[in-house]
Design a protein around this ligand. Structure first.
Ligand SMILES: [Zn+2]
Ligand SMILES: [Zn+2]
Length: 169
Protein backbone atom coordinates (compact mmCIF):
# COMPACT_ATOMS: atom_id res chain seq x y z
CA UNK A 1 0.00 0.00 0.00
CA UNK A 2 1.37 3.37 -0.88
CA UNK A 3 2.40 5.77 1.82
CA UNK A 4 0.07 8.74 2.05
CA UNK A 5 1.71 12.07 2.50
CA UNK A 6 -1.22 14.39 2.89
CA UNK A 7 -0.88 18.10 2.29
CA UNK A 8 -2.63 19.51 5.29
CA UNK A 9 -2.07 21.81 8.23
CA UNK A 10 -3.19 19.27 10.79
CA UNK A 11 -0.87 16.79 12.43
CA UNK A 12 0.70 14.67 9.69
CA UNK A 13 1.21 11.56 11.81
CA UNK A 14 -2.47 11.52 12.73
CA UNK A 15 -3.54 11.81 9.09
CA UNK A 16 -1.05 9.12 8.06
CA UNK A 17 -2.42 6.76 10.73
CA UNK A 18 -5.98 7.31 9.49
CA UNK A 19 -4.97 6.85 5.88
CA UNK A 20 -3.15 3.59 6.69
CA UNK A 21 -6.30 2.29 8.38
CA UNK A 22 -8.32 3.12 5.28
CA UNK A 23 -5.59 1.53 3.17
CA UNK A 24 -5.71 -1.82 4.97
CA UNK A 25 -9.50 -1.95 4.53
CA UNK A 26 -8.97 -1.31 0.85
CA UNK A 27 -6.36 -4.07 0.40
CA UNK A 28 -9.09 -6.53 -0.49
CA UNK A 29 -10.41 -4.18 -3.13
CA UNK A 30 -6.95 -4.06 -4.66
CA UNK A 31 -6.68 -7.84 -4.82
CA UNK A 32 -10.10 -8.06 -6.45
CA UNK A 33 -9.03 -5.40 -8.93
CA UNK A 34 -5.86 -7.37 -9.67
CA UNK A 35 -7.72 -10.63 -10.28
CA UNK A 36 -10.30 -8.88 -12.43
CA UNK A 37 -7.63 -7.20 -14.57
CA UNK A 38 -5.80 -10.53 -15.01
CA UNK A 39 -9.04 -12.17 -16.08
CA UNK A 40 -9.95 -9.53 -18.64
CA UNK A 41 -6.41 -9.42 -20.07
CA UNK A 42 -6.05 -13.23 -20.17
CA UNK A 43 -3.11 -12.99 -17.82
CA UNK A 44 -2.48 -16.21 -15.91
CA UNK A 45 -2.57 -15.60 -12.17
CA UNK A 46 0.78 -17.12 -11.21
CA UNK A 47 2.23 -16.98 -7.67
CA UNK A 48 5.13 -14.91 -8.99
CA UNK A 49 2.84 -12.35 -10.65
CA UNK A 50 0.78 -12.14 -7.49
CA UNK A 51 3.95 -11.70 -5.40
CA UNK A 52 5.21 -8.90 -7.67
CA UNK A 53 1.85 -7.15 -7.32
CA UNK A 54 1.79 -7.59 -3.53
CA UNK A 55 5.32 -6.25 -3.23
CA UNK A 56 4.49 -3.23 -5.39
CA UNK A 57 1.31 -2.65 -3.43
CA UNK A 58 3.01 -2.58 -0.05
CA UNK A 59 6.01 -0.56 -1.26
CA UNK A 60 5.79 3.07 -0.32
CA UNK A 61 8.66 4.26 -2.44
CA UNK A 62 7.56 3.74 -6.06
CA UNK A 63 10.16 1.01 -6.60
CA UNK A 64 12.00 0.15 -9.81
CA UNK A 65 12.04 -3.43 -11.15
CA UNK A 66 15.46 -3.92 -9.56
CA UNK A 67 14.21 -2.91 -6.10
CA UNK A 68 11.20 -5.26 -6.35
CA UNK A 69 13.51 -8.02 -7.58
CA UNK A 70 15.86 -7.64 -4.60
CA UNK A 71 12.94 -7.68 -2.15
CA UNK A 72 11.35 -10.76 -3.74
CA UNK A 73 14.54 -12.79 -4.16
CA UNK A 74 14.36 -13.88 -0.51
CA UNK A 75 10.91 -15.41 -1.11
CA UNK A 76 11.50 -16.63 -4.65
CA UNK A 77 15.19 -17.58 -5.02
CA UNK A 78 14.60 -18.55 -8.67
CA UNK A 79 13.00 -15.31 -9.77
CA UNK A 80 15.02 -13.25 -12.26
CA UNK A 81 15.28 -9.51 -12.72
CA UNK A 82 14.10 -9.98 -16.29
CA UNK A 83 10.91 -11.72 -15.10
CA UNK A 84 10.18 -8.97 -12.59
CA UNK A 85 10.83 -6.29 -15.21
CA UNK A 86 8.59 -7.96 -17.81
CA UNK A 87 5.88 -8.55 -15.20
CA UNK A 88 5.85 -4.87 -14.20
CA UNK A 89 5.74 -3.73 -17.83
CA UNK A 90 2.84 -6.12 -18.43
CA UNK A 91 1.08 -4.67 -15.37
CA UNK A 92 1.56 -1.23 -16.90
CA UNK A 93 0.24 -2.33 -20.30
CA UNK A 94 -2.95 -3.83 -18.89
CA UNK A 95 -3.55 -0.99 -16.41
CA UNK A 96 -2.70 -2.80 -13.18
CA UNK A 97 0.16 -0.41 -12.36
CA UNK A 98 1.41 2.96 -13.49
CA UNK A 99 4.85 4.19 -14.43
CA UNK A 100 5.63 7.39 -12.53
CA UNK A 101 5.88 10.31 -14.96
CA UNK A 102 9.24 12.01 -14.97
CA UNK A 103 10.90 9.25 -12.95
CA UNK A 104 13.42 8.71 -15.76
CA UNK A 105 15.56 5.57 -15.93
CA UNK A 106 15.09 3.11 -14.32
CA UNK A 107 11.31 3.34 -14.55
CA UNK A 108 9.52 3.61 -11.22
CA UNK A 109 6.23 1.81 -10.69
CA UNK A 110 3.11 2.66 -8.73
CA UNK A 111 0.08 0.58 -7.78
CA UNK A 112 -1.74 3.35 -5.88
CA UNK A 113 -5.08 3.84 -7.65
CA UNK A 114 -6.25 6.83 -5.60
CA UNK A 115 -6.11 10.14 -7.42
CA UNK A 116 -2.75 11.51 -6.38
CA UNK A 117 0.32 13.40 -7.52
CA UNK A 118 4.04 13.03 -6.98
CA UNK A 119 6.85 14.85 -5.28
CA UNK A 120 10.33 13.81 -6.43
CA UNK A 121 13.33 14.63 -4.28
CA UNK A 122 16.21 15.74 -6.50
CA UNK A 123 18.68 14.77 -3.78
CA UNK A 124 17.71 11.15 -2.87
CA UNK A 125 15.44 10.52 -5.90
CA UNK A 126 12.64 9.54 -3.52
CA UNK A 127 9.13 9.72 -4.98
CA UNK A 128 6.40 10.56 -2.49
CA UNK A 129 2.63 10.51 -3.07
CA UNK A 130 0.99 13.88 -2.49
CA UNK A 131 -2.70 14.66 -2.31
CA UNK A 132 -4.53 17.92 -2.77
CA UNK A 133 -7.92 19.00 -4.08
CA UNK A 134 -6.37 22.01 -5.77
CA UNK A 135 -4.13 19.68 -7.80
CA UNK A 136 -7.07 17.44 -8.74
CA UNK A 137 -9.14 20.45 -9.83
CA UNK A 138 -6.55 22.18 -12.00
CA UNK A 139 -8.32 23.87 -14.91
CA UNK A 140 -7.20 22.95 -18.40
CA UNK A 141 -6.74 26.08 -20.55
CA UNK A 142 -9.30 26.36 -23.37
CA UNK A 143 -6.70 26.34 -26.15
CA UNK A 144 -5.34 23.02 -24.86
CA UNK A 145 -8.87 21.61 -24.61
CA UNK A 146 -9.51 22.59 -28.22
CA UNK A 147 -6.37 20.83 -29.35
CA UNK A 148 -6.32 17.68 -27.18
CA UNK A 149 -8.61 15.31 -25.37
CA UNK A 150 -7.24 15.41 -21.83
CA UNK A 151 -7.89 12.18 -19.96
CA UNK A 152 -5.43 12.50 -17.13
CA UNK A 153 -3.97 15.27 -15.02
CA UNK A 154 -1.00 14.67 -12.76
CA UNK A 155 1.03 17.29 -10.95
CA UNK A 156 4.71 16.54 -10.69
CA UNK A 157 6.58 18.42 -7.99
CA UNK A 158 10.33 18.45 -7.52
CA UNK A 159 12.49 19.66 -4.70
CA UNK A 160 14.14 18.52 -1.48
CA UNK A 161 12.29 16.05 0.72
CA UNK A 162 11.96 16.44 4.48
CA UNK A 163 14.60 13.76 5.13
CA UNK A 164 17.18 15.47 2.90
CA UNK A 165 16.35 18.97 4.02
CA UNK A 166 18.65 18.97 7.03
CA UNK A 167 21.50 17.08 5.36
CA UNK A 168 24.40 18.85 3.65
CA UNK A 169 24.20 18.35 -0.12
ZN1 LIG B 1 15.31 13.26 -0.37
ZN1 LIG C 1 2.22 7.37 -6.45
Amino acid sequence: MSFKYVLTNSSNSYIVAIMNKVASKKANGYNEFFKEKCRESNLKLTPQRFAVYQELLKSRDHPSADVIFRRLRKLFPNISLDTVNRTLLTFYKVGIAQIVEGSGVPKRFDANRDQHHHFRCISCNGIIDVYGDSFDNIKIPEEIKRQFIVMNKTVHLEGICDKCRGKPR
